[in-house]
Design a protein around this ligand. Structure first.
Ligand code: UT7
Length: 328
């Protein structure tokens, strides 16, 4: 069976920076509270003319270039997002037209903040089975479009960004993607929830908009506790079933929701922070884009080297969570 590997990475974040000081002027909050409770200093905001696929295009181009591939080499585009350009067609199709990957099939996958891990498992399965040769996985969220800017409990957390990877057959004896494990629990759906804009509430009414039903609601404390438990369990289970230990992990890339969650998970897993990528301070929570953006930054800085064992784990709405293990 063909093994798959990440052959190229790319990312893009919009230029506009929204600082904690900016938020102090919008809601009753403070830079100190946000930094102490979340670790976030600033986040990026996409201009009104930019939709998810517009952020995805430069990230995808960077990943293709890094992989040494042409858009026509791509057989499948998987676009993970909870904020697609349109309900129809899929953001994957808008992106396909944007990069000219005209031979590819294209679809969207929504697993909220866990989208990249779900997408990686799917892309790996397509390549392993031989059904697709090269898969472009693009993870983008424009979270600032679904935020309630009057809710200080959520509006300080989120940002916009895009990450992409190209998966293809592992070469030169590389192991590549070792394993991915994904889980979900629909009974906890209302912990992180957007009530309006789907078929449950369509067309959205002026009354629903007035109630902010088109924006994201989150039960912060419940989500925090569950996140720490699920993150830890899925990492241990993924390593266990591959006969590996936490000491074998060279780089850990956790989903970036809150620095306190990352630190709590690091403590439980006994992983030192110098092996953990943190970007939440400068980008906030970009939902499914957080892991591939962090991955791309460390790859480009030469901080992930051939042979490194990279463990990635995510948690988010659904609830959904999962982990992937890669030999770089
Ligand atoms: O990616 C998807 C997964 N998402 C997550 O994992 C998010 C998980 N949750 C969290 O990150 C945290 O729960 C939050 C950052 C959202 C909130 O932090 P917390 O330590 O759980 O605070 P809290 O909700 O318990 O609120 C503590 C206090 C409250 O005031 P009182 O009731 O003690 O007077 C809040 O009203 O802090 C207040 N508060 C704020 N104060 C200043 C809440 N938000 C703010 C704010 N600025 N932005």
């Amino acid at each position: 069976m063909t093994r798959s590997a990440i052959l190229g990475t790319g990312s893009y974040v919009p230029e506009k920076v929204l600082t904690n000081a900016d938020l102090e002027k919008m809601v009753d909050t403070s830079d100190q509270w946000i930094r102490e409770r979340t670790g976030i200093r600033e986040r990026r905001v996409a201009g009104p003319e930019l939709a998810a696929s517009d952020l995805g295009v430069p990230a995808a181009r960077n990943a293709l270039e890094a992989a040494g591939m042409d858009p026509n080499d791509i057989d499948l585009i998987i676009f993970t997002t909870l904020t697609p350009d349109t309900m129809c067609p899929a953001a994957a199709c808008w992106l396909q037209a944007g990069i000219g990957a005209n031979k590819a099939a294209a679809f969207d996958l929504n697993a909220a903040c866990s989208g990249f891990i779900y997408g990686l498992q799917a892309a790996d399965a397509y390549v392993r089975s031989g059904l697709m040769r090269n898969v472009l996985l693009v993870s983008v969220d424009v979270m600032t479009r679904v935020i309630d800017w009057s809710d200080r409990g959520t509006c300080i957390l989120w940002g916009d960004g895009a990450g992409a990877v190209v998966l293809g057959a592992a070469r030169d004896g590389r192991k590549g993607v070792i394993d991915s494990l994904v889980r979900s629990d629909g009974r906890e759906a209302e912990l992180i929830y957007i009530a309006g804009s789907g078929s449950r509430l369509s067309p959205i009414t002026p009354q629903a908009v007035q109630n902010h039903d088109h924006t994201l609601k989150m039960k912060g404390q419940g989500t925090f506790k569950t996140a720490v438990r699920c993150f830890t369990d899925v990492c241990v289970e993924t390593l266990d079933r591959n006969g590996m230990k936490l000491s074998d992990v060279d780089v850990f890339i956790p989903h970036q929701a809150n620095l306190r969650i990352i630190e709590a998970v690091a403590k439980r897993l006994r992983l030192s922070m110098d092996r953990i990528i943190v970007t939440v301070d400068k980008y906030g929570n970009m939902s499914s884009a957080t892991i591939p953006v962090a991955l791309d930054e460390w790859v480009r800085e030469g901080r992930i080297r051939r042979g490194d064992h990279v463990l990635m784990a995510a948690f988010g709405g659904g609830l959904t969570w999962g982990a992937s293990l890669i030999e770089w």
